[in-house]
Design a binder for this molecule. Sequence first.
Ligand code: FE
Ligand code: FE
Ligand code: ZN
Length: 276
Amino acid sequence: MVYLGCHLSSVGGYCAMVETAKRIGADTFAFFTRNPRGSKGKKEDPQDAARAMEAMREADFGKIVAHGAYTMNLCTADPEARAFAASVLEDDLRRMALLPGNYYNFHPGSHVGQGEDAGIDYIAQALRKALAPDYPVTVLLETMAGKGSELGGTFGQLRRILDAVGDKRIGVCLDTCHVADGGYEIAADLDGVLAEFDRVIGLERLKALHLNDSKNPMGSRKDRHELLGKGHLGLEVFQRIVTHPLLQGRPMILETPNELPGYAAEIALLRSFIKS
Ligand code: FE
Ligand code: FE
Ligand code: ZN
C-alpha cells in the first residue's frame, strides 16, 4: 500500500492538520514548517504535536513530509543570507524533534551563478552542520525542475550532494512534475526512470513522492504544477505510480493547484486505482 495526502495549511496546528487529512481521505500530509514567503517559524506546541502523533498512530497514517521554506537557499551567494538559510535549516530540524520518525523535505537550492560545484559544497556544509548525530527525522532532498540555477534537477546532482554530505540517513523526495520538467520521461517510461534513479541514487533512498501533473512539456524546466490528468503527464502514470511494486510503503503528496475538495477528489481517484 501507499499513503496518500496533500499539502495542508499549518495555521491551526498539527492536530487540526490530522483532522483535515482524515476528513479528505488522506493518511499522510505535508505542510510548510514556516511561511513559504517569510522565514518566521511558528510558536512550538509540544502538546499539540504529541496529540497529533498519537492520532496519526491510531489512524494508521504513513510518515508525514514537512516542507522547508522555498526562500531557504543554502547556496545563495551572499554569505550572510547563506548563513541565515543554514540557521533556518537548523531551526527547522530542531523543531522536527516534536514529530520524530517523520520526513523533512526541502529544495536543495539555486547556485545563482556560482556554479554547480560551489553550490553543492555550500549545501553539503549546511547539512553536515545541521545534522546532529541523533536527529530524529529523515531529511529529504527534492528532485527539482532545473529552473534557472536550481540544483537537484538531475539524479546525478542529487547523488553528488548526497556524496558530499556523506550521511547515509539523507533520502530523496521525487516530484513527478519536476522530474518530467527536468527531462525524465516519467509518463512514457516510469520503469526506465525508476531504474535510472536506482542506478544513480539507489531506490532505497527514495522515501517520498510529490504527485503533480505538469502544465509544460517534458524537459521544459518550468515547474508549473497541474491537476492530475490535466497536464502533459496524463492520468495513467499516476495509476502506475500508486500501484507500482517498487513504490509501495511511501507517502505520496499532492501539490496540485487545488483547494481541499479538489484534493479529496484526487485522493479518492488514486484510491480507486489501488482497489481496481
Ligand atoms: Fe517542493
Ligand atoms: Fe514538490
Ligand atoms: Zn514544484
